[in-house]
Design a protein around this ligand. Structure first.
Ligand SMILES: [Zn+2]
Length: 182
């Protein structure tokens, strides 16, 4: 995608990769797609781990999309490493699109610049994403904690997010920003 490599894009890739220490030192091929926001070739065998590829739609690219695709790479890598008896730091990231969204948002506030695609969000939350982003991220982090003892952590998360939309939004006096009572 050399022709489309703008400074903005390079900076975004660099910023995003800094949040993925697990991918440090690995070669990742970044390609271009017009069809989707992004896609990843998820490595499923040890041989594939050497060739990591993501594709991104450059126009109006969001950190959330980059983070989502990089998390897909980790889903594959963590499975390979686990099956070879070498669990990655932080444990395995389970496969699945919703799981990918949750782990991406939990990873860093950087990836909160756009609403996740697969996680179920009430309309009010999706349409007012900037207002809800931080609260949803906190809930994602809580859900990963919950997962250690509760199998239905994704359902728990989506119900908590649904609750968010029901709570009245309040205007904070200090900075004039909308805050949620979370
Ligand atoms: Zn995906």
């Amino acid at each position: 995608m050399k022709k489309r490599l703008s400074r903005r894009l390079l900076k975004m890739l660099d910023d995003a990769l800094r949040r993925f220490p697990e991918l440090q030192g690995r070669k990742i091929t970044v390609g271009y797609t017009a069809a989707h926001l992004g896609s990843a070739l998820v490595p499923l065998r040890a041989g594939g781990a050497a060739k990591l590829t993501i594709r991104l739609k450059v126009r109006s690219l969001k950190y959330n999309t980059i983070g989502h695709e990089l998390t897909h790479l980790l889903q594959g890598l963590s499975k390979i490493h686990l099956s070879r008896g070498k669990p990655e730091n932080g444990g395995r990231i389970p496969f699945g699109e919703k799981q990918c969204d949750i782990w991406t948002l939990a990873r860093s506030g950087l990836f909160c610049d756009d609403a996740p695609t697969y996680l179920k969000l009430p309309r009010a939350v999706r349409e007012n994403w900037p207002i809800y982003a931080r609260s949803v991220r906190k809930l994602c982090i809580a859900a990963l904690e919950k997962r250690k003892s509760y199998r239905l952590y994704m359902r728990w998360l989506e119900l908590r997010i649904k609750d968010l939309a029901r709570k009245p939004m309040s205007m904070s006096k200090d900075n004039g920003q909308l805050t949620l009572p979370f």
